[in-house]
Design a protein around this ligand. Sequence first.
Ligand code: KG4
Ligand code: ZN
Length: 400
Amino acid sequence: MIILGIETSCDETALALIETRENNGVSECKVIASIIHSQAELHSAYGGVFPNLAKREHEKNLIPLFHKLLIEAKEFLPKSSKTADIKSFDKAFRERYEPQNPELVGAFLGANFLNDIPAIDMIAVTEGPGLEPALWVGIVFAEMLSQVWSMPLHAVDHMEGHIVGSLLPSDIANSVWHKLHEVSYPALALLISGGHTEFVSIDNPGSYKVVGATLDDAVGEAFDKSARLLGLSYPGGPHISFLAQKAKDEGVKAPVSLPRPMIHSKDLNFSFSGLKTAVLYATRTAPRDKDGNIDEIWKKGLALELEEAIVETLDRKLRDALEQTGAKTLILGGGVSANRMIREKLSQTSKELGVNILLPSPTITGDNAIMIALACALGGKNADKQKARSLRASGTKRLA
Ligand code: KG4
Ligand code: ZN
């Protein structure tokens, strides 16, 4: 089965074509082509993702990126004998989609390359959660494409994408078959991203239950907002991580102690907003140079303390969650799972507790469309083929 994945929930415009198959009862996946176009640099001026700018950029870039994807995939993608007549959809698409997404609809209707239909079996698009104006660009594109190419459309939950992304092996080279990692159930996913921090308990493939979540900021937000207070650009997580590593290498000590939020509560919820406030207070008394910039050594020490506070908090909660769910496999997912200290600590804890840990390959920790296409493929196998299965209700349901 060949699946096109489309992801525009935040500040990455991502497209991917994957093929999946069953080989002696083992699920295998081949990445035919994948493109991730990041808007992070544009958003850094705003200190976070600016939804309408994200929408405009997705609208501008989606069609050219899709053309590029098809060219890259050409040699591996069978051509179907069917062709489309995009002009015949002109009136219908202008009426239905143009008021909301004029730039996308204009580019779509002018893309004559869409008249050649490749042998794709299904289109998968992220339906949420995410930034609504950004999500709609992907959804409208997917809806139009599924009509022009007469292909089934499947809505995918972004967070499910982050879960199944970790089933891929670390070397997902293009156009080679790879076995997916096996999961022993019950499993537990810890999803840590810019918008979410949650534990998802998985008793069977495709059956998800959120058993803990952040009450305020997500862990990625704690990294990003603290980084901003330190004068570092968006996204702040990688900068904090870099400075923390330097502090370790250079033996720099933490200038203050930061809280480990909610580690003594017995539930599986998180709260990271207090951490950002503590960083704010700490910066008020930080040593500065004559231009008012925070001292570099102090900054490194604070970055290390912040990373340690986050790692310890995640680790404490994870131990409780593993005990409460009896999980045999831990699946880590989301953009923050790129963090080295988090990967190392949680791997160590899993080993200590005899739990198998699945970490996403560093190339797909961030938002991508491979994971969206894969969630669709596995959803098709494990659950109702026709119905999108959301982890939570999404406000953006409009898929046919
Ligand atoms: O999953 P993702 O790409 O987008 C969302 O769905 O939110 O996650 C983005 C988040 C940002 O907050 C970013 O700062 C964080 O992931 N991040 C990191 C690292 N790399 C990305 N946080 C800590 N350490 C990193 N190495
Ligand atoms: Zn994400």
